[in-house]
Design a protein around this ligand. Structure first.
Ligand SMILES: [Zn+2]
Length: 74
């Protein structure tokens, strides 16, 4: 098993992207989630802005922070 195949490897959330994630894009949909709920999309360097913009135009974006491997995901 290569490192790319390790299930615990965090991969970018962008569709079709297989790049390891280096950013956590934190968001919340106030119509679906309580205010303290923090949904996380993982993003590589290339897709960080794309994913953040997608959420920001919908008013869902909370913050973008460096991804820490091993941190809890949702
Ligand atoms: Zn990506």
């Amino acid at each position: 098993m290569t490192s790319e195949d390790t299930p615990t490897t965090a991969i970018c959330s962008a569709k079709g992207c297989r790049t390891p994630a280096v950013w956590s894009v934190v968001w919340n949909n106030p119509k679906l989630h309580p205010p303290d709920r923090r949904k996380v999309w993982l993003a590589c360097e290339e897709h960080r802005q794309h994913l953040a913009d997608f959420l920001d135009v919908r008013g869902f974006l909370i913050e973008v922070e460096p991804f820490t491997p091993g941190a809890p995901r949702d």
